[in-house]
Write a protein that binds this ligand. Structure first.
Ligand SMILES: Cc1ncc(COP(=O)(O)O)c(C=O)c1O
Length: 361
């Protein structure tokens, strides 16, 4: 018996997560493989996180704090905003999904760059909305085209800064010019998952002046620079009426107690965060220098990953690198047929990747 799925759901292409290390090692019977596909922190997480988690392990018979009071207070102090403007989620993925479910009626539209982070499209379809894709122009968000695509049905727009998969940024000027022309009743979701890595002052930072524009929803995550990807924790900063709506529909215990404790401890360890960012950016500098030596082009990134033109079919390169125990991301499914995306790892991992890449290409 085949059950009918909704048309929207049928059209979803499943999200392909980076291949897990253990899976590759099982398949190839190898050890010490290197995963540089999911933009994680190679230094792991702050020792304060481990202490906090151990301490909280003894209260796991209790439900988590539904609103994540302590973590929300810490985020509110960090950005000098009120707790009523903050919603924590099971990864920022969940906030994307909640926004789509809360603000899209059937067939209403969400604009997004194409290609971009696949969860925007997936979440919009799950919410029975219609994703409207706006192709990148010269690898960058095409703001003019986005404005042209706004219709009476548009309810939300997704922007990513730095952009995944290129690592490119847009400036405050780009944003303000764009936002001025977006109708007042459309949400502008600014996903800043990689913002901790940005060192360029011209980049638009939606939290420089948080909540000045009520339409702007900022997404941040603990998965990248803070090294908490496995805990699944991220947050959104938004107008209090938007937050109220999200609270109405979110699962009451969406963020588990350990993740809340981990996030709180991670926020308190500024030293670890700074050390991680510095280390990762040095890794990017190393990778760029090595790619220069072998004449491979890459996009000038502001994040912890690089999109590299490997000059041939990237799924082939992806599969060949796997044989050397190196996992990267092929950009073929994003329409970039000869590009891979690789994140900075440890010094040793970066070297292993470069050695393997030289052999493969
Ligand atoms: C642009 C972007 N937004 C959001 C996320 C999701 O992050 P989280 O782990 O918080 O769900 C990612 C993860 O890869 C991402 O690249």
């Amino acid at each position: 018996m085949k059950f009918k799925t909704s048309r929207q759901i049928n059209s979803i292409k499943a999200y392909e997560p980076g291949k897990p290390i253990k899976e590759l090692e099982r398949e190839l019977g190898i050890k010490n493989s290197v995963k540089l596909a999911s933009n994680e922190n190679p230094l792991g997480q702050s020792p304060l996180v481990m202490d906090a988690v151990k301490e909280n392990l003894y209260s796991m018979h209790r439900y988590p704090d539904s609103r994540g009071h302590d973590l929300v207070e810490a985020i509110s102090k960090k950005y000098k905003i009120k707790p009523e403007n903050i919603v924590i989620g099971n990864g920022s993925d969940e906030i994307i999904s909640l926004l789509a479910n809360a603000f899209l009626d059937s067939n209403e539209e969400a604009l997004m760059p194409f290609p971009s982070f696949l969860m925007y499209e997936i979440c919009v379809k799950i919410a029975k909305g219609t994703p409207v894709m706006v192709s990148l122009k010269d690898f960058q968000i095409d703001f003019d085209k986005m404005l042209e695509k706004i219709s009476k049905k548009t309810r939300m727009i997704f922007l990513t800064n730095p952009f995944n998969p290129t690592g490119g940024i847009f400036t405050k000027q780009n944003f303000l010019k764009f936002a001025k022309n977006v109708p007042k009743d459309i949400l502008i979701i600014v996903d800043e998952a990689y913002f901790e890595f940005v060192k360029d002052d011209t980049a638009f930072n939606s939290l420089e002046n948080p909540l000045k524009d009520k339409r702007v929803v900022t997404l941040r995550t603990f998965s990248k620079a803070y090294g908490l990807a496995g805990f699944r924790i991220g947050y959104g900063i938004m107008d209090k009426e938007i937050a109220k709506t999200i609270h109405k529909i979110r699962p009451p215990f969406n963020v588990n107690s350990l993740a809340q404790a981990a996030g709180l401890a991670a926020l308190s360890d500024v030293e670890f965060l700074d050390k991680s960012v510095e280390f990762i950016l040095k890794g990017i500098t190393f990778l760029k220098a090595e790619l220069d030596k072998i004449n491979l082009n890459y996009y000038p990134t502001h994040a912890n990953f690089l999109m590299v033109n490997v000059g041939k079919d990237s799924s082939e390169v992806f599969n060949d690198l796997l044989k050397f125990g190196v996992i990267v991301k092929s950009m073929k499914s994003y329409g970039f047929n000869d590009w891979i995306r690789v994140n900075a790892g440890t010094i040793n991992e970066n070297k292993i990747f470069i050695q393997a890449l030289k052999k493969v290409i």
